[in-house]
Design a protein around this ligand. Sequence first.
Ligand code: NAD
Length: 341
Amino acid sequence: MEALIDIQKTRIAFFSTQPYDKVFFDKYTTDFNFDINYIESQLNNKTVELIQDETIVCVFVNDVVDAEVIELLAQKKIKIIALRCAGFNNVDLEAAKNHDIRVCRVPSYSPEAFAEHAMALILTLNRKTHKAYNRVREQNFSLNGLLGFDLHGKTIGIIGTGNIGKAFAKIVKGFGCKILAFDVVVDSEMEKKGVIFTDLESIFKQAEIISLHCPLNEQTKHLIDEEALSMMKKNVMIINTSRGALINTSDIIQALKNGKVGYLGIDVYEQEEKLFFRDLSDDIIQDDEIQRLMSFPNVLVTAHQAFFTNEALTQIALTTLGNIESLLTKEDIDNKLALLA
Ligand code: NAD
């Protein structure tokens, strides 16, 4: 089969570059014989212009790869869109197919990284170690306001039991929690290990902590909305390390204001593409919803950092470059989950 592009001349336009991306990708690019044009800007209909003679674009979670951008990429003779992440809700796959552009992703990279971050959010919100850290540094050794609860014996609801949901279940099992789970596919191996698969409503009604690990799609958009929140226990803890739009932000703000939600830990946010991965410390933030969320004492926001471990970044770089090489040499990728179009 004829190669898609002459691999010796392969140049990659790498959007949304952060300093750590360079560190991890530069370690392996020479092994793969690629030449990377690192671009700091996010990909969108204006920044497409930054592509020079590259035939591949590498993108991340907040790059805009909708039908309009894909049309422009096709005009620039782009042949491959390589996502260096698992989620692909930001890419119009139909449009890519219509323009004969191949799309690949990193289907799984260190699921433990995300699962451990979800647990970090739970432990911080519960035991308030972030407050204790600041308090003690100011020589305030009082415990007032730091009261937590035992995780042991609590009911945790996991929505989405794929790679990350499974890794998270293992962790919470270690804490002695009862685990309820919902997924469109029931995992019999997990059932054997004591995970109880049930429906969403039962999870909403029974769980003290709900952690989201499903992808964002038409069925899951605003999965946590006013109706879902109304079914939940008072003081419920909600953790989202998956995708921001799984939660209806204005509905959860109301539920925080009226005390229904007792704790919220989010690593993702519906409107994050204008905020996350940037230092905006000198800017006036125009997004009132994130400002409101950050004003609650029982809300913890991290800026899409669940993936940010040494192990995960190594796997992202190796898999992304390996996917591109496979598409160039074989027009295919052995791991079928990596190929989206
Ligand atoms: P995965 O594909 O292994 O698992 C996803 C699971 O969700 C599957 O078991 C699938 O059956 C299930 N699912 C699909 N539709 C569902 C629905 N309507 N309701 C309930 N479950 C449903 O993916 P993963 O590697 O476990 O990742 C899960 C999600 O985490 C990704 O889709 C991505 O959005 C997100 N993620 C976030 C970060 C981060 O840095 N915060 C990084 C990677 C992935």
